[in-house]
Design a binder for this molecule. Structure first.
Ligand code: 9WN
Length: 435
């Protein structure tokens, strides 16, 4: 890549981050996502650290402002905008005693990338400033892990259970869609039988900004809405969810991120000369051990928390085991070449899957977030050549288009989803600076 191309990429990415700046946080995109999202802001801070380290800290501090009293980081912190397709009225966060005062949030969480972001920002600080930064972020990070392992590990297995696919960050990912097959609301099923489920598209707000065939299908989206409404009635309480037998998934993607975040929290504690609570330390050991149980025939899979059965529906989550530090178990050779890397990799769903759609959200497209995590994972397990190759191909894919898109087709790199997407911008900046 020429230095002129690099310069242009950095400039475009910087412009997007500036345009999406909400003051003390950054929205993921101009219209489709006009609020603050938890894991988006973590990736955004990882990019912003190269442009303005104070701004990167502010991004993470604003997440702490929205953190719940019980330690949960909500997946959305709402701004003033009323644009979003599942806005504050759908959540009613103020009716939960643990929600923050005077801030409207969602009432579920999202992938735990916060520890990673703290460490990445810390890397660019002097030792003294890094320790002060760690000191400031230690308690929020610790509280989050306490919440994860006390509230979301109901069977005490060291594996976090998710209640909704939005928590996984990969909304319509095939393993979750398979779990939800029997959960589709009756009225949606009726429309499906009559082959007129497309009519639901008239009721949705998200397709005002992005073409419907690049977003979750109408049936899938209304199933997600239905589940969120049911969970609200159960107050998002895991024990009540278990009694009602609503879906409960030990999500491989989320748990891989949690494992790495456990390592970050432990290191931060060590740097500060602190000792983590003994119960949490035990959970971390158990988590490391239990993750192995998600492994079978060259892949890692999500698991149904009720019956312990692996959900054998391929998804990019399998490669996150590398990011969690598991060099063995997943077949690394799988990454290269179709079905995961036809022209651009890594597809979020392989071409061989019945779910595969090259330009549809998490059912095929290449995303910068997942590629960034896999590149990091490959380096962790000493596969430096493949890591460099993926890094280069990711940057080439973005550079071939004008702008910073939400996701890209693995077949030809054509852009899809919303333009001016913040984490694509932030992670391009990070990949270029850490090349
Ligand atoms: C629901 C903001 C978020 C990302 C998710 C992505 C998408 C929201 C939506 O956008 O989800 O949280 O409305 O579809 O799937 O990963 O954090 O960019």
């Amino acid at each position: 890549m020429t230095s002129a191309t690099k310069k242009k990429l950095i400039q475009t990415a910087t412009n997007v981050l500036q345009a999406n700046d909400l003051g003390s946080s950054t929205k993921p995109s101009p219209n489709l996502y006009p609020h603050q999202w938890f894991w988006d802001s973590c990736f955004i801070a990882i990019g912003l650290r190269w442009l303005d380290i104070e701004r990167a800290k502010t991004e993470l501090r604003s997440l702490v402002k929205g953190q719940w009293k019980n330690g949960m980081f909500p997946h959305i912190i709402f701004s003033e905008s009323d644009e979003y397709h599942f806005g504050p009225k759908k959540w009613r966060s103020h009716s939960y005693p643990d929600s923050p005062d005077n801030i409207e949030t969602s009432t579920m969480t999202q992938p735990p990338v916060f520890g990673e972001a703290i460490v990445r920002v810390g890397e660019l600080l002097s030792e003294k400033d890094r320790l002060a930064w760690y000191e400031e972020m230690y308690q929020p990070l610790l509280n989050y892990h306490q919440w994860l392992y006390t509230q979301r590990d109901p069977y005490n297995r060291g594996l976090i259970s998710l209640l909704h696919p939005w928590e996984s960050g990969l909304d319509n990912t095939p393993p979750w869609m398979r779990v939800l097959t029997n959960y589709t609301p009756k009225r949606v099923k009726a429309l499906e039988l009559l082959h007129i489920e497309y009519m639901l598209n008239y009721l949705r707000k998200d397709t005002k900004h992005v073409s419907a065939d690049e977003r979750p299908s109408p049936s899938d989206l209304f199933t997600l809405y239905h589940l969120a409404d049911d969970l609200r009635r159960l107050k998002y309480d895991v024990q009540t969810v278990i009694k009602s037998r609503l879906p409960l998934v030990e999500d491989v993607f989320f748990n891989a991120l949690a494992l790495r975040s456990n390592q970050h929290l432990s290191n931060i504690a060590k740097n500060l000369g602190r000792t983590l609570p003994v119960d949490l330390q035990r959970k971390f050991v158990l988590a490391q051990h239990s993750f192995e149980h998600l492994k079978d025939s060259g892949n890692f899979w999500s698991r149904n928390a009720y019956n312990g059965k692996l959900i054998k529906e391929p998804s990019v989550g399998t490669f996150l085991s590398l990011y969690a530090g598991f060099g063995s178990g997943v077949d690394i050779a799988l990454i290269k070449g179709s079905p995961w890397w036809p022209v651009y990799g890594v597809a979020t769903t392989p071409m061989t899957s019945a779910f595969f759609k090259p330009r549809n959200y998490w059912q095929g497209p290449v995303w910068l977030s997942t590629n960034w995590l896999i590149i990091d994972g490959l380096k962790r397990v000493q596969k430096h050549r493949l890591a460099r190759e993926l890094q280069q191909s990711t940057l080439d894919m973005v550079a071939a288009q004008n702008g910073m898109f939400e996701y890209y087709s693995p077949l030809d790199g054509s852009p899809a989803g919303t333009p001016s997407f913040s984490w694509t911008s932030a992670l391009v900046i990070d990949l270029l600076n850490s090349a």
